[in-house]
Design a protein around this ligand. Sequence first.
Ligand code: NAD
Ligand code: UGA
Length: 482
Amino acid sequence: MYCKVIPAIPAHVWPPDNENLLKFKKNILCIGAGYVGGPTMAMIASKCPDYRVTVVDINPERINAWNSHELPVYEPGLDKIIKKTRGKNLFFSNNIEKAITENDIIFVSVHTPTKTFGEGAGKAPDLQYWEKTARQILEYSKSSKIVIEKSTLPVKTAAAMEKILAPAKGKIKFEVLSNPEFLAEGTAINDLENPDRVLIGSRDTKNGLKARQELVNIYSRWVPKEKIITTNTWSSELSKLVSNAFLAQRVSSINSISALCEKTEADVSEVAKAVGMDSRIGSKFLQAGIGFGGSCFKKDILHLAYLCEYYGLPEVAAYWESVVKMNEYQQQRFIANILSSMFNTLAGKKICVFGFAFKANTGDTRESPAIYITRKLLAEQAYVTISDPKALKNAALDLADIEGNIIYEEDPYKAAAGCHAIAILTDWNIYKNLDFRKIYKSMIKPAFLFDGRNIVDHAKCCLLYTSPSPRDRTRSRMPSSA
Ligand code: NAD
Ligand code: UGA
């Protein structure tokens, strides 16, 4: 929907004919053409020009978009790689049956959301998409395959996959590997090109180790050997959930401290800096703000907690659930702060939201704190103008069910004009360097700025100011000359 520079692929290029197929050393398939499947396979195709990489999806619109001028996901640098590979050794298709039949190495990268119904609703992973894929692989396979879990899955899912694939006919054998993905949106291309590590879990059997080596060989094309780590399947599955849980925990930890800072004279940015300079702690993921969003942190922590409960560890489950609770508390605090600063009423006031994506450099709005915050503003009968460089289409979809006064405006200056307050909800770079003096002049006074990401240079800002950094509240009034 966003990328404009790539020539669309001619319809006849897919499916490649059999002659085309034989030209390649290996034929790799990925089922699921989403935020992970698309970029990950584009990177493999780019690094392995002698391999043919096919990506399939049940959603025809997604596949059409991957084959069009406008890619379905915005990710810096992705357009360049797609331009280099698409139609040469990277193909996007809806023909799942043909693709499974033709390929020997199959990545599964379908979504694994939280269940919204039945047993475990709101916590357990909804594995229906993953299971359907396993059954499709069984049904359409005419030869042995290596099946690789790329999706984030609960520990022991590979065992269930093996059971589903077990009734294979004749000599057909399946080897199931775990190879979780650690890319972060907005930096996906760099993360894929220079990963901290590649994790591969397998069974410790002759066939398991052989399959593992096949996958090691693919990554070794560009990833240094010492960064490719191999474990047993269950450690690999669990490590992915735990990595996300640890990252989210750091965000909740610093956010909990931001609440304490707001009650004292401490500044959370200074505390984060001082704490993060301890090399045992490190400086990353200590940026206080309105909390984490994105499709994975919350779901993966809840899945981890659900697993703990399943295995009779309620104390461990409660520990991890508190990370999500703290995240919700932070967003509630942000809204409460807006209300109390603006004289306890937002009815009829115009609030401008800067940023709707769950983080900078992506158009993705899944679980974005902006969804919750905007809904709350609308519930208070505020008029909301939303600005974002890449996420306005998704924002409109997220809010489609609400009857409210919403305007979408990409230009931040136009969006802020005539508003009573600005709420920064995404840490896009453009919001750091705006001319706030100019913006202030165009706003209704007293004009407020609620910096939900703590990114604006407060000294240059002349609006009433609130952020997780309390020192700024003390210099609240704008200069009268502004
Ligand atoms: P996504 O929703 O963007 O993409 C999943 C795709 O799978 C969809 O296009 C859907 O139509 C397709 N699909 C579902 N069932 C299918 C089937 N039976 N056959 C063919 N296609 C099917 O999801 P995503 O963000 O790419 O995440 C995929 C997995 O990777 C999840 O488990 C997620 O936790 C994990 N992960 C995501 C990220 C991220 O940054 N988004 C990073 C690391 C890991
Ligand atoms: C995260 C992990 O970083 C990836 O390693 C993982 O592969 C991925 O989840 C996944 O499994 O989906 P992502 O959600 O794309 O990646 O982005 P992050 O950079 O981790 O940010 C997540 C959220 O935390 C964002 O809303 C961000 O604004 C917030 N955050 C991050 C903070 O509030 N403070 C920080 O210091 C860091």
